[in-house]
Design a protein around this ligand. Structure first.
Ligand SMILES: Nc1ncnc2c1ncn2[C@@H]1O[C@H](COP(=O)(O)OP(=O)(O)O)[C@@H](O)[C@H]1O
Ligand SMILES: [Mg+2]
Length: 259
């Protein structure tokens, strides 16, 4: 079962792509778990979950009682004694939101204190992510920022593919190169690229010329309907058919080359 992590520079379209792939896989009858691992979580809205429903959930990283109960350590502290391998297997079902064949789990983030913070909340998140990518029964799509070095090695190796989203510009391309170096350091084999906000052949050429070491999955056009969906607070999947066909071809390419 596919375990995907979507990463890249801020604003390039990670959440957009994560939502489109999640909705597409769910629409095809798969069991999909979408994971929001961003500091300012907004995948839920992009999936089409109502703000009312989203307001009822707390990111896992902020569940102080749960963290303490499971790890035996006080969240926000370091250096104390706590379990590095806390129980997590009931968390996805208890704390995710369901919508159509899809579930969303909001992880939240741990404030990074110094190098490689080892605190109760990061132990819980790490173990939870690892548990989720090792579960066989579902497709997992993670929306995360470029800070992939915080993934545990076990999690990183269980992820089949890292998709780096880029837009036609030097800054996001530089982030993609940095992500690839980090990925190699933590044992990730496959780094794919998706070009987003594409308006011309020159844009396509820019991406292939600047990222020759990446396997390209495809492109998403610059599309006012995507931005409009964001303004309306609805899913880009529910606002336009062109983008759905573009994402379908990205998905087909991904399946063809990760086989
Ligand atoms: N292909 C596109 N065409 C037009 N606007 C886009 C496109 N992709 C994303 N956007 C817009 O760009 C902004 C950032 O996208 P988002 O997916 O939130 O990026 P990220 O998650 O990488 O920060 C949003 O307002 C989104 O609607
Ligand atoms: Mg985002």
């Amino acid at each position: 079962m596919l375990k995907l992590a979507i990463t890249g520079k801020g604003g390039v379209g990670k959440t957009t792509l994560a939502s489109l792939l999640s909705r597409l896989y769910a629409a095809e009858g798969n069991t999909v778990l979408a994971i929001d691992a961003n500091p300012d979580a907004n995948l839920g809205t992009a999936l089409g979950i109502s703000s009312e429903e989203l307001s009822r959930i707390t990111p896992i990283a902020e569940m102080k009682e749960l963290i303490e109960e499971r790890t035996g350590g006080k969240p926000g502290t370091t250096g104390g004694i706590f379990k590095l391998n806390p129980k997590v297997d009931d968390i996805p079902d208890r704390f995710s939101i369901k919508k159509d064949g899809l579930r969303l789990l909001v992880m939240g983030t741990v404030k990074k204190g110094g190098s490689g913070c080892m605190c109760p909340e990061s132990a819980l998140l790490r173990n939870l992510l690892n548990h989720l990518v090792l579960r066989k029964s579902e497709i997992v799509i993670m929306d995360m920022d470029a800070g992939i070095e915080h993934l545990g090695r076990a999690t990183a190796t269980a992820v089949n593919a890292f998709i780096v989203v880029v837009e036609p510009g030097q800054r996001s391309v530089e982030t993609a190169r940095a992500v690839k170096r980090l990925a190699q350091d933590i044992g990730i084999k496959k780094c794919y690229v998706v070009g987003n906000k594409i308006a011309s052949d020159a844009d396509r050429q820019f991406i292939t010329e600047n990222l020759p070491d990446f396997e390209l999955l495809g492109y998403i056009s610059f599309n006012p309907k995507i931005a409009e969906a964001d303004r309306k607070g609805i899913s880009p999947y529910d606002n336009d058919n062109k983008v759905i066909s573009e994402v379908k071809s990205i998905k087909e390419r991904l399946e063809a080359i990760s086989r």
